[in-house]
Design a protein around this ligand. Structure first.
Ligand code: DGL
Length: 243
């Protein structure tokens, strides 16, 4: 049993979607959330820059005495989870990956996977697709360039501009016959309404439940679950003031 908090970080508000799912599954846990809005988007940063950025985020949470860190960002997970685990041995890190497995496990014929350029290009996403795809399924991967940043800025015009390429690259039939859309960036659940206009018949699948289950598993395995049965607390910190 361990009543220290769980640390969660992202390049801004996106990780809140992961936090919500984890809090739902583990209501007695305490959480410290760090939204690194100052450095959003992580996707634009070089490896060297990103190393400094994620190390600082982890150190901030470690100073708050966390027992585990959730990297609530697909981009940071893809590029930095190995570096973080090496830099802080002994501290469990949970990564966030696009929910390809649940999307493929269901009876979905046509699946879209959306994410940042870094996530869509990543070797890990390719591996996930190869491992989970059924022969009858068609999977399209597509980067929504600039969307995470536009969501962070709450800029409606920019958000709509970032979604436009869907219209330019795919026919209406293709979009409307899509059964499932994997939200491969933790910011994207915030624009579900806008995405639904493009994919009117799709189920939207995000990484929250998978990360929550994995967090529970790792806490159990390491005897780190909170002892309290009362609801836990959440503290929020941002590297730039939020409105
Ligand atoms: N929320 C991040 C993700 O899941 C946003 C990407 C970024 O900061 O570049 O990928």
């Amino acid at each position: 049993m361990d009543d220290r908090p769980i640390g969660v970080f992202d390049s801004g508000i996106g990780g809140k979607t992961i936090l919500t799912a984890t809090k739902k599954l583990l209501p007695s846990e305490n959480f410290i959330y760090f939204g690194d809005s100052k450095n959003c988007p992580y996707g634009d940063k070089s490896d060297e820059e990103l190393k400094t950025i994620v190390k600082r985020a982890a150190e901030f949470l470690i100073e708050k005495n966390v027992k585990l860190i959730i990297v609530a960002c697909n981009t940071a997970t893809t590029r930095m989870i190995g570096f973080l685990r090496e830099s802080f041995p002994g501290l469990p890190f949970i990564g966030t990956e696009p929910a390809v497995k649940p999307a493929c496990a269901k009876n979905n014929n046509s699946i879209f996977i959306l994410g940042t350029s870094a996530t869509i290009r990543s070797k890990r996403l390719n591996e996930l697709i190869k491992k989970n795809i059924h022969p009858s399924q068609k999977i399209v991967t597509f980067p929504l360039v600039g969307l995470a940043e536009a969501i962070e800025l709450k800029d409606e015009t920019k958000i709509n501009n970032c979604l436009e390429p869907l219209k330019r690259n795919f026919s209406k039939e293709e979009l409307s016959s899509t059964d499932a859309v994997v939200l491969g960036c933790t910011h994207y659940p915030f624009v579900l309404r806008e995405l639904k206009a493009y994919f009117p018949n799709a189920d939207f699948i995000d990484s929250g439940p998978g990360v929550a289950r994995q967090t529970k598993k790792v806490l159990e395995k390491n005897h780190l679950l909170a002892s309290a049965k009362t609801p836990g607390s959440v503290e929020y910190y941002f590297s730039k003031p939020q409105e």
